[in-house]
Ligand binder design. Structure first.
Ligand code: XMP
Length: 533
């Protein structure tokens, strides 16, 4: 994956770093995210075609404000600074950044120097266009609405720079020094709220960095398959298959690369959703290439989790027991006639890698993977063929590899499963009630168009009085939760139509024995989390 041209996104704490990197990839240029303090020497070694500095929450004048290695400005590599990235560039190169009289938040009209006024049509399309803004804002409208989110602004330009855009509150909403190939925008071109923002990034890549559109998912499949073949030789590869998008796509990719060498172990801990273990077995169990092993460990997990009410302990117990079952199965395999399994595969994806410090020398955080398997098992090699891909790319890859749509679109499901969606002690009866309620809710949501990113039912542990027929009931309260988000770091509750909620509520109370009341969770994250435990 690293042979083609790459663009570096340098992170200064901005919330949109992944969005920037994904936008770049969507424009067929491979991108990677690195911490903002990466050395100029390292950047030179990586030889990117361009660099984008992200925004960030700090003010350049704060003592702890992050800065880049100043040597980066003299590498001759084009740089685009966004928001804080622009301020930092300005401050470090001798300009002045100051706090504005007023903050500017939201969509505002901006006037751009598109080069159109001063150059002929022919010159506008040339990458060597000379009029200010001609390369970065080439082909854009002169007035666009852009997303602003700042108080600080560039008050005095550094030497060699010219201003290329302005808004009512911000005289230098963009600047450039074309000689040194340094560019800055105060607004956020990476978000949809900025009109023609994608064009700004496209122009940076193609007019300024000289990109050649050499990043395509089809090539990624071929390249990763070749890498897998080379690493695997004729060794067997073991994969813990959860049925989630990442491990499923990982399985499909490996089995395409080295048919018959993969062994997939699916541990059914008993906290899966209704019909899920059967669906997973149906999808993966029928292919001989996958050597799918399903382990029914429901009894063991139930035994371990009995009487436990603390959410963190539940997570820990499920994670540890998972490792134990997996280890046992791996040993059983090893006891077979083909000797030890040396390679362990994991469906780690790029955002997991970014969280733990980047692609270069990173260790994978374990808390959202079930248990940190490789530490306990002595595999000689770890194979992570999806570690450079974003979630939407992994889904697209899954589609290209022929996985069923339902699986590729599957919503996230926590490793500990329903055990952390039942408040208090987990029992079979509660699991049963929750499974049915959750199934109904999912059915109703899916019936009406595009579903939100995550939607599920929660067993609240509360009981409530109801009336059924002439009789008083005192039964369980089920909560429904649905969230909209792009990254799960922050979420809004989903404004699901009332008719859908009403249908789900009525069906749950009528069809699921033991439920007397259904409520809808209208809390955002933060302050709440997506899961209740
Ligand atoms: P929270 O509840 O932290 O959830 O707002 C954010 C996203 O992470 C998922 N989640 C987990 N996934 N193991 C996982 O594999 C876990 O222990 C876990 N806890 C939360 C959650 O479903 C949501 O998508």
């Amino acid at each position: 994956m690293n042979e083609q041209a790459r663009l570096l996104v340098m992170d200064f704490g901005g919330q949109y770093k992944e969005l920037i990197a994904r936008t770049v990839r969507g424009l067929n240029v491979y991108s990677e995210i690195l911490p903002g303090n990466v050395s100029a020497e390292r950047v030179r070694e990586l030889a990117p075609i361009g660099i984008i500095f992200t925004g960030g929450p700090k003010s350049v004048y704060r003592l702890d404000a992050p800065v880049c290695d100043p040597g980066i400005f003299s590498l001759g590599i084009p740089v685009l600074g966004i928001c804080y990235g622009m301020h930092m560039m300005c401050h470090m190169l001798g300009g002045e950044v100051a706090a504005g009289e007023v903050s500017e938040y939201g969509r505002v009209p901006a006037q751009l120097d598109t080069g159109a006024a001063r150059t002929s049509g022919a010159a506008r399309t040339s990458s060597a266009a000379r009029a200010s803004g001609a390369a970065l804002f080439d082909g854009l409208r002169q007035e666009v609405r852009v997303l602003m989110s700042h108080r600080d602004y560039v008050k005095k330009l550094p030497e060699g720079f010219v201003s290329t855009a302005r808004t009512e509150a911000c005289p230098n909403a963009a600047f450039e020094d074309t000689r040194r190939k340094l560019y800055g925008v105060q607004f956020h071109p990476e978000v949809e709220h900025t009109e023609q923002g994608r064009e700004v990034i496209r122009n940076f890549l193609y007019n300024i960095c000289g990109a050649s559109a050499d990043y395509h998912l089809d090539d990624v499949i071929e390249r990763q398959a070749a890498m897998i073949r080379e690493r695997a030789g004729d060794e067997r590869i073991l994969l813990a298959l959860s049925g989630g998008v990442d491990s499923s796509v990982c399985a499909a990719l490996i089995s395409k690369a080295v048919p018959g060498q993969l062994v997939c172990i699916f541990v059914d801990h008993g906290f899966m959703r209704l019909k899920e273990p059967e669906e997973i077995a149906e999808t993966f169990g029928t292919s001989r290439d996958l050597n799918f092993i399903s382990v029914n460990a429901q009894e063991r997990f139930m035994e371990k989790i009995k009487g436990v009410t603390d959410p963190e302990r539940k997570r820990k117990i499920v994670g540890e027991e998972f490792i134990r079952v997996f280890e046992e199965e791996a040993r059983r395999l090893e006891a077979g006639h083909r000797g030890p399994v040396k390679i362990f595969a994991q469906g780690t994806i790029y955002p997991d890698v970014i969280e733990s410090g980047g692609l270069f020398g990173a260790t994978i955080k374990s808390h959202h993977n079930v248990g940190g398997l490789p530490e306990r098992l002595e595999f000689q090699e770890k194979l992570e063929p999806l570690a450079g891909l974003f979630k939407d790319e992994v889904r697209a890859l899954g589609r290209k590899l022929g996985l069923p749509q339902a699986l590729v679109e599957r919503q996230p499901f926590p490793g500990p499963g329903l055990s952390i969606r039942i408040m208090g002690e987990v029992t079979r009866e509660k699991l049963d009630i929750l499974r049915q309620a959750d199934y109904i809710f999912r059915q109703e949501v899916e019936k009406c168009g595009e579903p939100p990113q995550q939607y599920f039912a929660v067993f609240t542990g509360a009981r409530s009085v109801g009336v059924m027929g002439d009789a008083r009931t005192y039964d369980h309260v089920i909560a429904l939760r649905a969230v909209e988000t792009s990254d799960f770091m922050t979420c809004e509750y989903s404004p699901i139509p009332h008719e859908v909620l009403a249908r789900a509520s009525s069906r749950i109370v009528n069809e699921v024995k033991g439920v007397s009341r259904v409520v809808y969770d209208i809390t955002s994250k933060p302050p709440a989390t997506v899961e209740w435990e």
